[in-house]
Design a protein around this ligand. Structure first.
Ligand code: COA
Length: 253
């Protein structure tokens, strides 16, 4: 079976690369679990100083696998997204995002938990939760407005507006935007630099900068509403429409 997440460790840096290019790197439960386990390993392994979250192919990720969401909504396997989100929200070492292209849903919200982000100029960052009859997750209802302002965030969440990578860098959601072919290299250079810094001081700085209790409280509040929305008729219509490659019709519900 193809490795859906490529995980490697070299020179004090772990790389977690989404690797499902035929599905634009849509994140399945197995992929979340693999990444969550890798993050736990990165905490335990004292030689690891930083973790890169990146991807193979043109896309970062098209977000949660909508087939998995539909299955979870109808009593199938519960989504493993929550475990991954809690893991990145509490991850104590530097997380570096490398985004070569499309970042949908959790693809964008996970960047809010990264300490450094490098993004392609023409990357497309979207959070179309309301389009799917869902609500924001990963504490993004709090973290995104804090980064880019309320009005712009609401337009992204509720109206499906997107940011380009260039805009994300200008607005402070990313450190820099560049050619897509350069983002992983930029993340690797930053990680190599961080690996030479005193890790205790780096971790203490991250801890001071992130109020993880408040972040966790918000993401759990979102999670409760999200779970309710996931089981709604509106969400089922959105997932079915995606599967059937048609526009959703919420008017009959
Ligand atoms: N879950 C499951 N499969 C997905 C997916 C997702 N989130 N995103 C893309 N795919 C699959 C498509 O079904 C398609 O599979 P197929 O080749 O078997 O038909 C393949 O990936 C390529 O996607 P496609 O839609 O043909 O590419 P595109 O360039 O026209 O559009 C997207 C790309 C990402 C804009 C579009 O696929 C999309 O809107 N996906 C859903 C994104 C989403 O809502 N994510 C959840 C956010 S919470």
């Amino acid at each position: 079976m193809t490795e859906l997440v490529k995980i490697s460790i070299a020179n004090g840096v772990m790389e977690i690369l989404w690797n499902r290019p035929d599905k634009k790197n849509a994140l399945s439960n197995a992929m979340y679990r693999a990444a969550t386990a890798a993050l736990a390993q990165a905490i335990e392994d004292k030689s690891i100083a930083a973790v890169i979250l990146g991807s193979t192919g043109d896309s970062f990720t098209s977000g949660n696998d909508l087939g998995d969401f539909a299955a979870a909504a109808t009593g199938g396997e519960a989504t493993a997204a929550g475990g991954f989100i809690e893991a990145i929200a509490q991850f104590p070492k530097p997380l570096i995002g490398a985004v070569p292209g499309l970042a949908v849903g959790v693809g964008t919200t996970m960047l809010l938990h990264c300490d450094l982000v490098f993004v392609a100029d023409d990357a497309k960052l979207t959070t179309p939760f309301v389009t799917l009859a869902l609500v924001p997750e990963a504490s993004s209802s709090m973290l995104l407005p804090a980064r880019i302002g309320y009005a712009r965030s609401f337009a992204m969440f509720a109206m499906g507006e997107h940011l380009t990578g260039k805009q994300a860098a200008e607005l402070g959601m990313a450190n820099a935007s560049m050619a897509a072919s350069e983002v992983l290299g930029a993340a690797r250079s930053a990680a190599a630099m961080l690996a030479k810094r005193p890790l205790g001081a780096v971790m203490a700085t991250k801890k001071l900068m992130r109020d993880s209790d408040t972040i966790l409280k918000q993401l759990r509040a979102e999670g409760a509403v999200f779970a309710e929305r996931l089981r709604s008729a509106e969400a089922m219509e959105a997932f079915t429409a995606f599967h059937e490659k048609r526009a959703p019709d919420f008017s009959k519900l």
